[in-house]
Design a protein around this ligand. Structure first.
Ligand code: GLA
Length: 384
């Protein structure tokens, strides 16, 4: 996807003039899934696929937005009651509102945007969109006074308040803070983070997209979060200092076993184990021990499938194929309920794995999975 393409559409759809162009990426996550809203650790990085938007203030109090990919045009005002119906436009509206809430005097603008981060693939196309506009509005109307963390929070609050998803901070954080060649370990409780160069010798990271997107994914996501909060509330009665599942161990979970539902117990068990896995992976990376990294990825998949129950038949199948092919690590990535597996593959196995996965998936489900090589790239930026 290139800037000239977006620019040509912007010129065509508006008054022939040009504006400023901004971009933000989607993300991968090596490990640490559903840990962010539990105050735990995540380990994402930005990718070389994302969103590009051209924006120009238009001197009115209306936003005129054109989605190049959907060929859809929407116009909306900037007051709370002006929320547009189209879901793609609600992301932009939400970002405008959240910036206004933070004191930025957002005025009307014309904008056209396009993206190459696959929708519903678990690579956070929505965070890429939110970060693009948060970054742009800060630059155009806010004198860049809002810091990067707050820009990530603008995207997260947009999801909460305008899109109905009670997500954590990982996706927007990765999109804003991404750095070429580096993964970022974020402590979602203290918000401390650390960049980790990720250029594993002899291995590559590849995403295999099941091309499945389950309905009701956002309500199921919110339900998972609720389960975690239920368990925290029960544990707090015995251990008042506990704020998140991050503060709990399996022993504490055991103490409330009879007071929480079996389902909530399983969810919490997964999260407590997953938070530890991120730390184990960081240690393993420091020793260049990719076998352990891979093993932890398989453990995550198992937990997401059997305890957190956010996998699906197609993703479990892709995970099995990876295992059968001798792939070092493989797991469902992102929120789940469809999307991709992320795979850590030895260079010499790559071709066989990809062709086997394509062939066997097609045989079983009648359609081909998509394959994306991961290139870890920079976060939100102004292009021109
Ligand atoms: C989605 C959410 C994130 C995170 C992941 C699961 O991508 O937006 O905040 O919870 O799911 O790790």
């Amino acid at each position: 996807m290139d800037i000239e393409y977006v620019r040509s559409r912007f010129i065509k759809h508006f008054d022939g003039t040009t504006g400023s162009v901004y971009a933000s990426p989607g993300r991968i996550n090596l490990i640490g899934e559903h840990t962010d809203y539990n105050g735990g650790f995540v380990f994402p990085g930005a990718v070389d696929k994302g969103m590009i938007a051209e924006i120009k203030p238009n001197g009115t109090d209306k936003v005129r937005a054109y989605s190049i990919d959907l060929k859809d045009y929407v116009e909306f005002g900037l007051n709370e009651e002006d929320a547009p119906k189209a879901s793609w436009a609600r992301y932009i509206f939400g970002v405008c509102r959240e910036m206004i809430k933070r004191g930025v005097e957002v005025k009307g603008f014309n904008t056209a945007f396009a993206g190459d981060v696959p929708l519903g693939a678990g690579m956070s196309s929505s965070a890429a969109l939110e970060s693009t506009y948060a970054y742009a509005l800060n630059d155009l109307f806010g004198e860049n006074k809002i810091d990067k963390f707050e820009l990530a929070k603008v995207g997260q609050a947009t999801e909460h308040n305008y899109c109905g998803v009670n997500c954590g901070i990982m996706d927007q954080f990765a999109s804003v803070f991404g750095k070429e060649g580096q993964l970022i370990r974020l402590d979602c409780r203290s918000l401390e983070y650390q960049y980790y160069p990720f250029k594993p010798e002899g291995y590559r990271l590849v995403l295999v997209d099941s091309v499945v997107k389950h309905e009701l994914a956002s309500s199921a996501y919110n339900k998972r979060r609720q389960s975690c909060e239920n368990v925290v509330a029960a544990i707090q009665k015995i251990h008042p200092h506990v704020e998140y599942l991050r503060d709990c161990n399996m022993e504490m979970l055991g103490e409330v076993k009879s007071q929480v539902s079996e389902e909530d117990y399983m969810r919490a068990e997964y999260v407590i184990e997953e938070i530890q896995r991120v730390l184990d992976v960081c240690d393993a990376l420091e020793r260049n021990d990719y076998e352990t990294v891979g093993q932890k990825m398989y453990e995550t998949h198992h937990g997401m499938s059997k305890l957190y129950e956010v996998s699906c038949e197609e993703l479990d199948f892709l995970n099995d194929v990876a295992f059968d092919c001798g792939v070092t690590g493989s797991r469902v990535m992102g929120g789940g309920f469809g999307g991709c597996t992320i795979n850590l593959v030895k260079n010499e196995l790559y071709e066989t794995f990809i062709s086997t996965a394509k062939e066997r998936y097609k045989e079983k489900f009648g359609r081909s999975p998509k394959v994306y090589d991961v290139v870890i790239s920079d976060g939100s930026r102004k292009l021109c």
